[in-house]
Structures are given as structure tokens and as C-alpha cells.
Unconditional design. Sequence first.
Length: 471
Amino acid sequence: MVGQDKSEWFRKIPAVDRLLSSPSILDAASQYPRNLLLKAIHHVLDQIREQIKTGDGLEDPSLLSLEHVSQKVLGTVERLNRPSLRQVINATGIVVHTNLGRSILAERVLERFRSIAGGYSNLEYDLDRGERGSRYIHVESILREISSAEAAIVVNNNAAAVLVALDTLAKGREVVVSRGQLVEIGGSFRIPEVMRKSGARMVEVGTTNKTHLRDYEAAIGPDTALFLKVHKSNYHVIGFTEDVDTVELVNMGRKYGIPVVEDLGSGCFVDFSKFGLIKEPTVQEVLAEGVDLVTFSGDKLLGGPQAGVILGKKHLVEAIRANQLTRALRIDKLTLLALEETLSMYRDEQVAIREIHTLNMILVSPESLKAKARRLARMIGKVEHRGFALTVAGGESKVGGGALPLLVLPTSLVCLTPGELSAHTLEEKLRGYDPPIIVRIEKDQVLLDVRTVQENELKIVAQAIRTLSQL
Ligand SMILES: *Cc1c(COP(=O)(O)O)cnc(C)c1O
């Protein structure tokens, strides 16, 4: 538009009324609230005026045609109308991906949502006695059954579980913790800070790499409320290291009357070492070692909804139940139903492994991942675009979510060399797709790890790649 009269361009901008009565907008108008449509029109018109002013991105007068501007308005109103929280396809291979919602719920859980969420329920109503009941009983007995704990209670998430446990059992007193376990988890959960918030005083013992039983013993004083163990969820200390054995710590706690509390992080009921993976102590094993109270997340390796599970000695759990803070951190009914249904599957480990996606995505065999990657490659088919190449290759997936940090799982990847596009551009386009597809980039290649792509999503991914790689 160099050398042209800008006012000429401004005159060409379609008026709001013309846009509102343009065929394509009239056609779509009933789908959207009128206010939103108007908002989109003003948004697009503002953008065009800005482009004319700066001379940026408006080379052709046809871009001001009624039809073209209407299409832009439709694109904008569609975007404005879209919910903020959306489904995405996880092609990163990270099973418990905190940014992508951690665990996906089993079919059996989803089936129960309609009736419980869309109707009234006995959430806090005792159907036998016809009077007020407790919301916690819906998960307490199943938790006790599968863990053998004396008592159980659940709160909003594991951060809340740790906070309320410390607030109840150690406020104004001392908590002894090893320097090797002062964890920070993503989303700014840091042990020293949670400790401060709870009003407990942290007494650090040992060093980063080595803590001995005698270090704990030397820290005991009249104000010692408990020993806290924290799972090293997202890091590992290797080399010249030593940690105190749980049974030894429990025995010393008994001798001095000091309870041992363990933040297990993930909290897993299935022994992965049976399947050739890393040994991670299960919740049952930790409780059997005599730990007085454990806390863990509902949506990490357990594979359920966001929740914080607290299991252990009856008098400790009862004290937590009576704390006002527990009321403030209480779990919602949708979470409860999802947690109850997820936990019930652990009655039969084979059912749990088959039905709970987090477990089956971790335990799926490398052979079936290879077959899945090849299937995806076939569905994508031949992409007729210069320089575009597709291969299936071996790779590694991580569990993620601050769980099993040392575990790398062999997987199969569909690797895309995007030709004229850069890998970053293709990644961005996949992220902008509907539904968004989240991938990894490595060495100018876009990698799709099929471990976390669900069966019914393969078709969508294939279609997206066929479409986007031509652009
Ligand atoms: C993940 C984790 C937490 C926080 O759990 P949320 O359920 O995310 O609140 C706390 N402690 C440890 C050791 C963890 O791994």
C-alpha cells in the first residue's frame, strides 16, 4: 500500500451493520450470543484499522472484502466462544504430566459422573439412619481395605494433606527432617515453606548426601513433635550417600514416643518391580514398616482425581479430622466419586492395571507401543511435501509428575522432519490445532510418543499432521 491514500483504505472497511447482515455471519449468528459476535466484529475491525495505520500485513485490497472480513470475524468469535479449559492430546509420552492434568480417569469413573453430578447424592447423609452422615466414609473403608491402615481421610491434594498433618500434629513444636529430603515440587510446594505455614519449626538433620539414625536421635528434645520423611519424587542423590532405613527410624520413634510421618508423594499400590521396573515402596509396604501416618496424591501413580490421601494410626487421623483446617481443605463430591471408583479397582490388581490409564500407560509393552507407532505412521500415510520425512524410531518416555524420577521407559516415536517448515513451526501448529496436540521437539524433529496418545486420538493426530504438513 506504499504511496496509496490511507483514507481510501479506511473507507473500504466494511461497516458493522454490513458485516452483521453478511451471508456467512447470518448463517452462524444463531450459534453465538449477539454480544460476543459484536465483540468479535469490533476486535477484527480494530485490528484492520491498526494494520492500515502501520501498513503492516495488508497488501491486497481484497483483504477488506466483506467475505474476507466476515471469515475473520467467524474465526474470532469461534475462538472467543471456546472454553478456556480444553481437551488436548498428549503426545509427549509423559504419563503423569502435571501441566496436562496428570492422570486421566478410567471409563468406569466417567460413567458414574452423570448420575452423581447431575443428581442429589448421599454425600453427607446416612441412608441407614436417616440423618446427617460424613462425606469421608465413602472412601475410608475402601482405603483401609486396600492399604490395611487403621484409619483414613482425604483432603484436596497432597500439599494440603502435608499441611494439615503438620498443622495438627506439630504446630508450635519441632519437626525433624533430613537435609537430603527438603524437596521442592513443581507449582512451588517446598517442604521448608509448608512447614513454616503450618506453624511447625523445622529441625534439619544430616547433610545433603548422608543422614544417619544418630542425627535424628541427637535432634530429639522436649518439643519434638514428629519425624518427617519426604519422598524424593523428582530427583535422586547418587554417589556417597546414606539414608536412614524406615524401620530403624520407626523403632527409634517408638522408643522416644515420636510418631513418624511420611510424605510419599505419588503413593502407589502396585509393585512395579514385579513387572521389571524400578522398585518403589508401595503404600502397603510403608505402612507395614510401621510408619504412623502417610500422605500421597490421588492423581499421580494412583491414577485418580486430584486429592490428598492421609492414612495411618487412628488417633492421628482422628486429630486431623477434628482440625478446622481440614474443613477448609475438604474434598468435593466429584473428586470423592472419582476417588472411590478408582480405589475400588485396586481390589483386583489385574483390573486396576487394565482399567486405570496411568498404570496401563506405564506398564504397556514396548512391542505394543511399536505396533501403535507403526499404525499411526500408516494412518498418516505419504505426505507429498518437499523435504517432509516420517520415521518410526525407538526412544524413551518418562513417568513425570514427580514420580519415579529414575525410570525411563523404552517407547516408540513417530519422528517428523518437517521439510520447509521448522520443527518449532510445526509444533506451534499442532499446539494450535483443535484439539491441540502437544509434542516434543528434538534436534529439528517433532517427536510423537504414542505411549500417551489414546487409541481414539490416533485418527485425529494423523489427520492433523496430514493437514498441517501441507501448509
Ligand atoms: C507431588 C508431591 C507433593 C504435592 O502433591 P499435590 O497432590 O500436587 O499437592 C508433595 N510432596 C511430594 C513428595 C510430592 O511428590
